[in-house]
Design a protein around this ligand. Structure first.
Ligand code: ZN
Length: 73
């Protein structure tokens, strides 16, 4: 189940989907060597990919949330 340290890091960072607030998982794509976040709610299905690091994925996730909330107001 991966590296324990990475898992602990992900928990601490607190990833959440911008749309539905469900926990989002971040994983590394071994083919393209990029990171992706993925909503764990199947009915939502939000996903972002192509990030060069976990940190960039998190930044993108936050920007996605802000953009989504601006559209929604
Ligand atoms: Zn979602």
């Amino acid at each position: 189940m991966g590296h324990p340290n990475e898992y602990a890091g992900d928990t601490r960072w607190g990833w959440n989907c911008p749309r539905c607030e469900t926990e989002a998982t971040v994983s590394r794509d071994p083919d393209s060597e990029t990171f992706r976040w993925e909503c764990s709610n199947e009915r939502c299905g939000s996903v972002g990919f192509g990030f060069t690091s976990r940190r960039r994925a998190r930044i993108a996730l936050r920007e996605f949330r802000e953009a989504y909330q601006n559209v929604y107001r």
